[in-house]
Design a protein around this ligand. Structure first.
Ligand SMILES: *[C@@H]1O[C@H](CO)[C@@H](O)[C@H](O)[C@H]1NC(C)=O
Ligand SMILES: *[C@@H]1O[C@H](CO)[C@@H](O)[C@H](O)[C@H]1NC(C)=O
Ligand SMILES: *[C@@H]1O[C@H](CO)[C@@H](O)[C@H](O)[C@H]1NC(C)=O
Ligand SMILES: *[C@@H]1O[C@H](CO)[C@@H](O)[C@H](O)[C@H]1NC(C)=O
Ligand SMILES: *[C@@H]1O[C@H](CO)[C@@H](O)[C@H](O)[C@H]1NC(C)=O
Ligand SMILES: *[C@@H]1O[C@H](CO)[C@@H](O)[C@H](O)[C@H]1NC(C)=O
Ligand SMILES: *[C@@H]1O[C@H](CO)[C@@H](O)[C@H](O)[C@H]1NC(C)=O
Ligand SMILES: *[C@@H]1O[C@H](CO)[C@@H](O)[C@H](O)[C@H]1NC(C)=O
Ligand SMILES: *[C@@H]1O[C@H](CO)[C@@H](O)[C@H](O)[C@H]1NC(C)=O
Length: 604
């Protein structure tokens, strides 16, 4: 009888006779009556019943009561009635994904006390009412992703005290109430994806004391408030992926966490969140890929002494400063492929001794002496079959690193910085308020960076913005020159191969108005500094005022002279009047000075 049933079902689903002959003794030995439902396919020795993609609108009858795995996915089941599985007490896995289930009645899963995995992905559930999971006392995996659930109310999951993994992706959740996850005392993995809530459900998460892995993907959250993940003391893996509105992580946002893996990928971070990650002393993997980050600064990651993997692929990296990975003695993998890096110097690392995997491909690399260390280590380094390639316009034009079997002269070499026109001392004379350009043209491979040292020993470089700025061609541009700018300036051209210097002299000629008031700067309320100098403020207005003022003034002086000439022997001097008329001018600026707080500081 058993053999006949088996024969029917097996042959209908096309299993070979060879297979069947093997099964018969197993079935007899087990002593079970295996009656496979006519539209399903069974594997008796595994106690498995497959009824997927059968256009079923109801659960087929005659499912053997000792079935452990039942696959009902991709059918047209609409409602799960109370007690409908109560005969299948041996069930360990139930797959109901991709049906049209919109209603789960109370006690629908009653009797499934051995069920460990329940798949409800891709249905039409719009709410999880309390009690629908009653009786699932062994359930450890629940997938309710891709449904239409809008809210998680309090105690939605409270019957699932053994749940380890909860998948919630693809529900238009707008709200997670603060006790929604209460009772999930063993939950280790939680995945939320494509939900519609716009703030982190911190209170909800705080019940998940055993959570180890939290993945939050495709969310429109712009702020991670301080202490967002408080209470998640066991969390090891935090993944934040595709949060397009996230531009920064606040310094305290990750406080309380002790994760070993942090990913913040495909967000909009413009900077490495140094402060936020600083407390993560046990961090082992940091992934900041696909964020518009352009610089990694030196010595700002030193606290991450356990870090082994650093990923920042597909970013906008232009510079990794020296000592960027200072303190990271265990770094094993660096993945910075697809960025705008021209080089990666050895002194970026704490030590390259532990480096095993290096992905530097798809960067416009300048193959000069700065990359020589990679060429020398190319046998030991794993490029994952993506060799770095020299940029098209570097001397080695598009060559793969592994092609450099023996280093021919000219490749991976540098030329020392050299400043042109050093012989003649450059002297620039300019009137106060004028503009002075001190030039410093240099050559070298890699192109040298220029800095200037002012007479006051202040170093200016291209990052310096303000009245005195270093242009990209090395010129020091001084606007609204002040007498105290006068003196000797030193230009320094630096590249890896060596430095070169030259001296230039600036003389700013005497002040027209020697009033300390004129040459000070003021600080606006928002912090912007503004030099308070009439020439800068509006020289044409000043000329206009003077011109308009002088005509009637000269007229009255002339009348005066005539008057004096006629009535007595005149001894007046027009110049005196001129000189007296001028100091009126700064007084007209008093209101500005009143609005803005002047700063008793020399402009730099
Ligand atoms: C399910 O229904 C579709 C059309 O309604 C049909 O093409 C398909 O063969 C049916 N599948 C089964 C297993 O009956
Ligand atoms: C993201 O949220 C902001 C408000 O926080 C809203 O203005 C914006 O439209 C949302 N974007 C999307 C794609 O939903
Ligand atoms: C942080 O985690 C590491 C291992 O992941 C563990 O050794 C360490 O004790 C934890 N620190 C705290 C404060 O929990
Ligand atoms: C490095 O990044 C690339 C591009 O994102 C990726 O394909 C590759 O798997 C990464 N390698 C490692 C070891 O993570
Ligand atoms: C290649 O040329 C571009 C523009 O001509 C320049 O910006 C870039 O720095 C050059 N790259 C190298 C590696 O020299
Ligand atoms: C200084 O250089 C700028 C260009 O950056 C130019 O417009 C200006 O005329 C120059 N000034 C002098 C005094 O050469
Ligand atoms: C170049 O100058 C820097 C300081 O500006 C100094 O640290 C470095 O040692 C110098 N290099 C050479 C080759 O002189
Ligand atoms: C401008 O006047 C101050 C005193 O008001 C004086 O100390 C300073 O030397 C003068 N500066 C010049 C360049 O004459
Ligand atoms: C400060 O205010 C001034 C004028 O109101 C404006 O030009 C400047 O851009 C402001 N600076 C900042 C940093 O907001």
């Amino acid at each position: 009888m058993a053999a006949r049933t088996l024969l029917d079902s097996q042959s209908s689903s096309g299993t070979s006779w060879h297979h069947l002959m093997f099964l018969i003794p197993v079935v007899f030995l087990a002593g079970f009556t295996w009656s496979c439902p006519s539209r399903c396919h069974c594997v008796a020795q595994d106690k498995v019943v497959f009824c997927h993609s059968r256009n079923l609108t109801a659960i087929p009858g005659r499912i053997p009561p000792d079935t452990e795995f039942l696959d009902l996915s991709r059918n047209f089941l609409r409602t799960l009635q109370g007690g409908m599985f109560s005969r299948l007490q041996a069930l360990k896995e139930l797959d109901l994904s991709h049906n049209v289930i919109s209603n789960i009645e109370h006690r629908a899963f009653h009797g499934l006390q051995n069920l460990m995995s329940l798949q409800l992905k891709g249905n039409r559930l719009d709410m999880i009412s309390g009690g629908i999971f009653a009786g699932l006392s062994s359930l450890s995996v629940l997938d309710i992703s891709d449904n239409k659930i809008l809210v998680f109310l309090d105690h939605s999951f409270e019957d699932l005290s053994h749940l380890r993994k909860l998948e919630v992706g693809g529900n238009p959740l707008v709200f997670i109430s603060s006790h929604a996850f209460r009772g999930l005392q063993r939950l280790q993995q939680l995945h939320l994806e494509k939900c519609k809530f716009t703030s982190i459900p911190t209170e909800g998460f705080s019940h998940l004391h055993r959570l180890v892995e939290l993945r939050l993907k495709v969310l429109n959250i712009s702020i991670v408030p301080d202490h967002s993940f408080k209470g998640l003391h066991h969390l090891q893996v935090l993944e934040i992926h595709r949060w397009p509105s996230l531009t920064t992580l606040r310094p305290q946002s990750l406080s309380g966490l002790n994760v070993t893996s942090l990913s913040v990928t495909k967000c909009n971070l413009h900077d490495v969140p140094y402060e936020a990650i600083k407390p993560l002393a046990h961090l082992c993997v940091l992934d900041l890929s696909y964020n518009p980050i352009s610089v990694i600064y030196g010595r700002k990651l030193s606290g991450l002494s356990h870090l082994q993997e650093f990923h920042l692929t597909g970013g906008r990296l232009v510079t990794i400063h020296a000592s960027a990975f200072h303190g990271l003695a265990h770094i094993r993998l660096l993945n910075v492929s697809s960025n705008h890096l021209q080089t990666l110097e050895e002194d970026v690392f704490h030590s390259v001794g532990n480096l095993e995997v290096l992905r530097l491909d798809r960067n416009p690399l300048a193959c000069d002496c700065r990359l020589l260390w990679i060429v020398r280590r190319r046998q030991r380094l794993n490029f994952e079959a993506r060799q770095p390639v020299c940029a098209i316009n570097s001397t080695t034009k598009g060559k793969f690193f592994h092609r450099f079997s023996d280093l021919s002269p000219g490749h991976f070499r540098c030329r020392k910085s050299k400043i042109e026109d050093k012989k003649t001392l450059q002297t620039v004379n300019v009137e106060e308020g004028g503009q002075a350009n001190l030039t410093c043209k240099s050559r070298g491979d890699p192109p040298p960076t220029i800095s200037w040292v002012s007479p006051q020993d202040f170093t200016l470089d291209t990052s310096h913005k303000g009245r005195r700025a270093v242009l990209s061609d090395g010129t020091l541009k001084i606007q609204y020159a002040l007498p105290e700018d006068s003196g000797q300036y030193l230009c320094i051209a630096t590249n890896t191969a060596g430095n070169d210097t030259k001296v230039a002299r600036l003389h700013v000629s005497g002040p027209l108005f020697n009033s300390s008031f004129l040459s000070k700067e003021v600080r606006l309320l928002n912090g912007t500094r503004l030099p308070l100098n009439p020439f800068l403020v509006d020289i044409s207005t000043l000329v206009g005022i003077l011109a308009i003022g002088i005509v009637p003034f000269l007229g009255s002086v002339a009348v005066c002279f005539l008057f004096i000439f006629l009535w007595s022997k005149g001894r007046g001097n027009a110049k005196t009047y001129m000189a007296e008329s001028v100091p009126r001018y700064p007084r007209s600026w008093k209101p500005v000075a009143n609005k803005c707080r002047p700063v008793n500081q020399k402009p730099r």
